[in-house]
Design a protein around this ligand. Sequence first.
Ligand code: NAD
Length: 256
Amino acid sequence: SLSGKTAIVTGSNSGIGLGVARALAGAGADVVLNSFTDDEKDHKLAADMAAEFGVTVRYIQADMSKGDQCRALIEKAGACDILVNNAGIQHVAPIDEFPVEKWDAIIAINLCSAFHTTAAALPKMRAAGWGRIINIASAHGLRASPFKSAYISAKHGIVGMTKTVGLETAKEPITANAICPGYVLTPLVEAQIPDTAKEYNMSEDEVVEQVILAKQPSKDFVTVEQLGGIAVFLCSDAAAQVTGTTISADGGWTAQ
Ligand code: NAD
């Protein structure tokens, strides 16, 4: 059981982050939810999760595109035994038309945020004598596709950072790993279907069948519950020597 541990999950009011946060709460961890918004529904999400799982759940607003806010999130949370770097955005465009502000935002949110949160969290993990860092990378941390230059650069970067942090903490009871999901049907994926349809001159249904699931031999989406289960495994004693590596959940994508 993760009872007594505090898990901070960045970008967790939706999608994979929410699924992972729910799985960690289900395993007994106290949870800190996060996003850049500070709406009533964000705080209600935390209250509902606390009631459902009988753990403490707090919502802490912080914009993961800003280094100081990333570090402030970890400080405000107090304890940080489990850090899940999940916040991420996507933009689909050819590199010569890629908007500079989108490139900067993707690199900041999908890559730099994990540098700042990890730097702030490690001293807390060392003081507690235990820690788990789980970076939500992607199959796109291991393979490329056209029109996603910023995302693929950030995801390859976070896989590299994961290896480095695994080495820097290798002698300590702390692990750092990346989960590399294939396609999960979250708002992030739903939002890129229209743009991808435009790039490929296809209908949205054709994009799902011929572009998205074409990459994934299982022809099925990964679920947030499956990813939550992998995160809970990485927090278990069985995974104590699993560090500096990636776990793919991609329906066979990277076997190709
Ligand atoms: P999502 O859009 O449902 O969730 C993204 C989360 O990040 C949301 O909670 C959002 O509020 C938060 N977020 C965005 N910008 C933020 C900011 N500036 N500060 C704080 N929070 C911010 O998307 P998702 O599919 O659940 O994506 C979560 C992670 O999983 C991302 O890192 C994504 O790259 C990765 N991923 C997704 C898939 C997929 O197929 N959906 C596959 C592989 C990896």
